[in-house]
Design a protein around this ligand. Structure first.
Ligand SMILES: Cc1cc2nc3c(=O)[nH]c(=O)nc-3n(C[C@H](O)[C@H](O)[C@H](O)COP(=O)(O)OP(=O)(O)OC[C@H]3O[C@@H](n4cnc5c(N)ncnc54)[C@H](O)[C@@H]3O)c2cc1C
Length: 399
């Protein structure tokens, strides 16, 4: 065992950064998260935690806290055509029958993740503005004047990552041509809405979805609409409610009726990146959207970020500073086999949901047949897979 605990600094206290910190903290790694935002507010709307992500967070003993704020997704979940014709049920279980899906308010998820760490492990309100590294350490600079030195730096600073340029030539995110109007409404405004349902309506170039969050007290909706002009990518940009409702005029009465209850919304430009040539250089590695920004059509961006963090923790446990570069290279090789597939499939799923992937009959069949792919996504246990990978590589061929 190394004589000194490995010191890791994570830039970005979003879902990926905080999950990674929890996984590392539980493995005895000395970890600090540097987040530009001051302590957590109510920013953001909903996202889905799927079994591949939830399984890992439960193992970090965060299961009870998540159950307290999540909304189970299950019965009544389905895909429909824009006129309300039923297409297929949504897969809500893994192969063993476990139903590990929660609709989450992003702020609730971040609070649970932050609550799993000692308060001293998160430094709020520090925007990272500089990085350098040598053969022996990595060094960070923050806008507040603070600095930090660590054995390993993880860039979990999102799709607009400012640290990515220290790993690869900067590449701009690609605009998908679509904008997501998203928001939350209290369930009591639509009391008839089925309690656990994640419902998706698919139309011509557009789609609309609703699922519950915050113990079912709020309903999260997203309307995906094509636009010519690029839209900023942000958790808090205010959208135009009338444009949203006009976009879904004439759709299934359930969609139109739901949108009548919407008063305000946010919008979000949909961007992704093609797989980067590299995620790691020396003592610095990318994680989450900084490494593999993907379109949200499989609901996997945050779940893949959680998997990244667990893999890194497994790989870094018990390592010393001199091994950092080797370990981070293996992390990249291990993770991208999966994330390259998920990134590409998210694009394809977007085309299906927008009815732009062949005939409607063919699309409906593809959606109905996606059970196998969902099992591949949801059954996966990254902790086990990473441990098996290490064993296969002879514990990174350690001397
Ligand atoms: C419409 C939509 C729906 C989605 N639905 C789902 C879903 O259902 N399920 C799912 O898994 N994913 C979903 N996603 C994707 C998911 O939100 C992202 O993939 C996920 O948030 C990525 O996590 P991250 O930690 O990599 O980045 P982020 O969550 O973006 O976090 C990055 C953090 O870094 C901080 N930061 C940035 N720069 C700096 C700096 N210089 N210094 C310090 N801190 C910095 C930011 O403040 C932020 O807190 C959805 C996305 C969209 C757009």
């Amino acid at each position: 065992m190394p004589s000194k605990r490995l010191k890791v600094a994570i830039v970005g206290g979003g879902i990926g950064g905080l999950s990674a910190a929890n996984a590392m903290f539980r493995r005895g790694i000395d970890v600090t998260v540097w987040e530009q935002v001051d302590p957590l507010g109510e920013t953001g709307t909903g996202l889905s935690l799927f079994p591949n992500g939830l399984r890992q967070l439960e193992r970090m003993k965060l299961g009870d806290a998540l159950a307290g704020v999540g909304a189970k997704i299950g019965e009544g979940s389905g895909y429909y055509r824009m006129d309300g014709t039923f297409v297929s049920r949504v897969v809500t279980t893994v192969s063993t029958g476990w139903n590990g899906i929660y609709g989450m308010h992003r702020a609730d998820l971040l609070r649970v993740l932050a609550g799993g760490l000692p308060s001293t492990a998160i430094r709020w309100g520090h925007r990272c503005i500089g990085f350098e590294q040598s053969a022996f350490f990595a060094h960070l600079k923050f806008a507040t004047g603070r600095t930090d030195t660590a054995d390993v730096v993880i860039a979990a600073d999102g799709i607009q990552s400012s640290l990515q340029k220290y790993v690869v030539e900067p590449s701009t995110p690609e605009y998908s041509g679509s904008r997501a109007y998203r928001g939350l409404i209290p369930r009591e405004k639509v009391p008839e809405w089925p309690k656990e349902a994640h419902q998706i309506w698919m139309g011509d170039g557009k789609h609309f979805m609703v699922y519950p969050v915050r113990s079912g007290r709020l309903l999260n909706y997203v309307g995906f609409v094509p636009t010519r002009s690029e839209t900023i990518e942000s958790w808090s940009a205010t959208g135009n409610r009338d444009e949203l409702t006009a976009s879904f005029e004439g759709w299934d009465a359930r969609v139109v009726g739901f949108l009548e209850k919407v008063e305000t919304c946010f919008w979000w430009g949909l961007y992704d990146r093609r797989p980067l040539p590299s995620w790691a250089k020396g003592r610095l590695a990318l994680l989450g959207d900084a490494a593999h920004a993907m379109l949200p059509h499989l609901g996997q961006g945050a779940n893949q970020a959680i998997e990244d963090g667990v893999a890194l923790a497994v790989f870094l446990e018990g390592r010393d500073s001199a091994e950092a570069s080797d370990v981070l290279g293996r992390y990249e090789a291990f993770r991208r086999e999966r994330t390259d597939v998920v990134q590409a499939e998210a694009r394809k799923q977007g085309l299906r949901l927008d009815s732009r992937s062949g005939s409607l009959q063919q699309r409906d069949q593809e959606i109905a047949r996606s059970v196998e792919f969902r099992k591949w996504l949801y059954d996966y246990d990254v902790e086990k897979a990473a441990t098996a990978y290490l064993t296969k590589c002879g514990k990174l061929a350690r001397a």
